[in-house]
Design a binder for this molecule. Structure first.
Ligand code: HEM
Ligand SMILES: *[C@@H]1O[C@H](CO)[C@@H](O)[C@H](O)[C@H]1NC(C)=O
Ligand SMILES: *[C@@H]1O[C@H](CO)[C@@H](O)[C@H](O)[C@H]1NC(C)=O
Ligand SMILES: *[C@@H]1O[C@H](CO)[C@@H](O)[C@H](O)[C@H]1NC(C)=O
Ligand SMILES: *[C@@H]1O[C@H](CO)[C@@H](O)[C@H](O)[C@H]1NC(C)=O
Ligand SMILES: *[C@@H]1O[C@H](CO)[C@@H](O)[C@H](O)[C@H]1NC(C)=O
Ligand SMILES: *[C@@H]1O[C@H](CO)[C@@H](O)[C@H](O)[C@H]1NC(C)=O
Ligand SMILES: *[C@@H]1O[C@H](CO)[C@@H](O)[C@H](O)[C@H]1NC(C)=O
Ligand SMILES: *[C@@H]1O[C@H](CO)[C@@H](O)[C@H](O)[C@H]1NC(C)=O
Ligand SMILES: *[C@@H]1O[C@H](CO)[C@@H](O)[C@H](O)[C@H]1NC(C)=O
Length: 311
């Protein structure tokens, strides 16, 4: 109960397991099911598997038997019959990254791209844009899923990135289809490792509510989080929060760019850069070294029909 009582009611919606008897968070429940010992290292491993698979799709040698194949956020896919192509936001081809309030082209695949992800690492180094982004995703989704052993000092650190998702995604002008695809891939990655459909649905619905509305008011996501807007769907076709709160002071940009599309990096105009460290709050503070996962067999198959993972 310790974790859940610490967490504001809001993020408990993510953390709580939807059904039945267990009062463990989703993170703790599946860490126990897949790796037996529910500690910081293993929680980070589970988040690594789920995030890496969501990004690049099922990687054949990472899972013994995926329950479903995942296409991956970085690969072309479809949502609701419409084509989706998100790679352009990650490979530096658009000026869609917020660097000190300027739309900037940044290559987030500069740490070796998919290859290190397939080896359960965030990147092939610890100084790339890729390392910072992917590590932040482990930390952020770890908190959303209620991992109980994240700390300031590691091995599984609390979230070290920018607090407001509206600030981070300000210039991407993500639309509903893009957002729904991203959320669906996260859910499909989770179920591929044995997370139940009911638990994945709980997470998906929470992601929908929290990030998929334009002009959402400030909210505190969990312990250590600031009270800022988390609006990530920022294009004109996004659902609008009721009542709308489009103009906010400080570091929230819940209406994005009023539907302005990000420019191509090749277009003339404001500067583009590929520097990763960014400046004011955009840089990572993570000191932890690359994750080296090394475990075999002896996996508990306790809850919810979880499947074996062999690396
Ligand atoms: C539920 C939806 C989403 C959530 C919760 C989410 C969360 C995050 C988080 C936590 C970061 C790290 C920020 C930091 O390091 O300071 C991030 C960065 C990023 N996200 Fe998202 N994201 C979502 C949807 C999307 C979608 C649909 C795209 C489209 C391609 C996208 C593209 C990116 C990019 C390119 C970055 C790097 C930005 C930067 O470092 O400034 N995200 N996101
Ligand atoms: C779950 O609840 C039971 C009974 O209330 C308690 O003994 C146990 O410590 C709780 N476990 C967690 C992980 O919160
Ligand atoms: C977590 O448990 C694993 C064994 O499952 C062990 O190798 C690892 O050192 C433990 N990590 C921590 C932080 O206790
Ligand atoms: C996933 O794809 C692989 C390779 O195409 C295939 O062998 C496997 O049967 C698929 N698994 C499921 C659950 O669809
Ligand atoms: C993915 O889709 C985009 C947009 O339709 C297209 O430009 C690109 O060539 C496609 N990439 C691959 C690998 O099929
Ligand atoms: C990591 O990958 C990048 C390409 O993304 C490459 O330039 C670099 O040399 C690689 N570094 C190491 C240590 O392998
Ligand atoms: C997984 O596959 C990648 C690329 O095919 C390879 O570099 C890596 O060593 C493999 N990992 C393991 C644990 O076998
Ligand atoms: C998120 O909301 C959209 C729009 O209401 C809906 O189509 C989609 O199914 C929802 N996704 C999840 C995972 O709940
Ligand atoms: C966050 O800010 C909003 C609007 O300013 C306010 O209504 C809400 O009570 C704040 N939440 C917390 C937890 O401080
Ligand atoms: C928010 O952006 C939309 C376009 O997506 C625009 O029509 C609307 O005027 C903006 N609202 C405010 C308050 O800026």
């Amino acid at each position: 109960m310790k974790f859940l009582t610490l967490v504001a009611g809001f993020s408990a919606a993510f953390a709580a397991v939807s059904a039945q008897s267990s009062n463990q968070s989703i993170c703790d429940k599946y860490t126990t099911a897949l790796l037996k010992d529910n500690n910081a290292t293993n929680q980070k491993t589970v988040l690594t598997l789920v995030v890496n698979t969501a990004l690049i799709g099922t990687y054949s040698n990472a899972t013994g038997a995926p329950k479903n194949n995942v296409t991956g956020i970085l690969n072309n896919g479809t949502y609701g019959g419409q084509p989706v192509s998100l790679l352009k936001f990650f490979d530096g081809s658009l000026k869609s990254t917020n660097r000190n309030g300027n739309p900037t082209a940044v290559n987030f695949l500069d740490g070796g791209g998919a290859e290190p992800l397939k080896m359960n690492m965030p990147a092939n180094d610890s100084s790339s844009n890729q390392y910072t982004l992917v590590t932040h995703l482990y930390e952020f989704f770890g908190t959303l899923l209620g991992c109980s052993d994240q700390t300031q000092n590691g091995p599984f650190m609390t979230y070290q990135g920018v607090q407001s998702m509206s600030q981070v995604h300000r210039f991407m002008n993500l639309d509903e289809t893009e957002m729904n695809y991203f959320i669906e891939q996260v859910g499909m990655s989770a179920t591929s490792f044995g997370v139940s459909d009911a638990d994945a649905m709980t997470v998906g619905n929470s992601l929908n509510k929290t990030f998929n509305y334009r002009c959402a008011p400030p909210v505190v996501l969990g312990p250590g989080f600031a009270n800022v807007s988390q609006s990530t769907c920022l294009a004109a076709d996004c659902m609008v929060y009721s009542p709308p709160d489009c103009n906010q002071m400080g570091d929230s940009y819940p209406n994005g760019t009023n539907n302005a599309q990000p420019q191509s990096a090749a277009a003339s105009g404001s500067s583009s850069g590929s520097s990763g460290s960014g400046g004011s709050g955009m840089s990572g503070k993570d000191g932890s070294s690359s994750l080296i996962v090394n475990f075999v067999g002896a996996l508990a198959l306790a809850a919810a029909g979880a499947i074996a993972v062999s690396l």
